[in-house]
Design a binder for this molecule. Structure first.
Ligand code: D9K
Length: 105
C-alpha cells in the first residue's frame, strides 16, 4: 500500500540523515568544488533531492525510492577511492541502508 511504503521511505530517510556517515550525501555534490563530477557522474543524487521527491510524492513505490538511494552509493564508488573519507562513508551508509531496507521489508 502506498501509504505504508511512503512511511518506510520517510523513516529510512530520517535515519540516514542522522547517520554519522551521511555528511558527504546531504546535498548535491558542488560541481564548482569538483569540476570533473558532472562529466564522470551521469545521474547525480543526494539525500536532499530524495527528501524533496518523497515530499512531492514523486515515488510511485518504495522500489523507486530505493533506486535513487542506491544511485548515491554507486556514484560515490565511481568517483571516490574506497579508502578515502568520502569513499569509506559511502560504504558505511550503503551497509546501513541495505540492512535497514531488508528489515523493513
Ligand atoms: C559524495 C561526494 N562524491 C564526490 C565528491 C564529493 C562528495 N561529497 C562532498 C559533499 C560536501 C563535503 S565534501 O566536499 O567533503 C564531500
Amino acid at each position: 500500500k502506498l501509504m505504508k511504503e511512503l512511511a518506510i521511505c520517510k523513516t529510512l530517510l530520517g535515519e540516514m540523515e542522522l547517520h554519522e556517515d551521511s555528511w558527504p550525501f546531504l546535498l548535491p555534490v558542488n560541481t564548482k568544488q569538483f569540476p570533473t563530477y558532472r562529466k564522470i557522474i551521469k545521474n547525480p543524487m543526494d539525500l536532499s533531492t530524495i527528501k524533496k521527491r518523497v515530499h512531492d510524492l514523486t515515488y510511485k513505490s518504495r522500489e523507486d525510492f530505493c533506486v535513487d538511494v542506491r544511485q548515491i552509493f554507486d556514484n560515490c564508488e565511481m568517483f571516490n577511492e574506497d579508502d578515502s573519507p568520502v569513499g569509506k562513508a559511502g560504504h558505511g551508509m550503503r551497509k546501513f541502508f541495505e540492512l535497514r531496507w531488508a528489515e523493513l521489508t
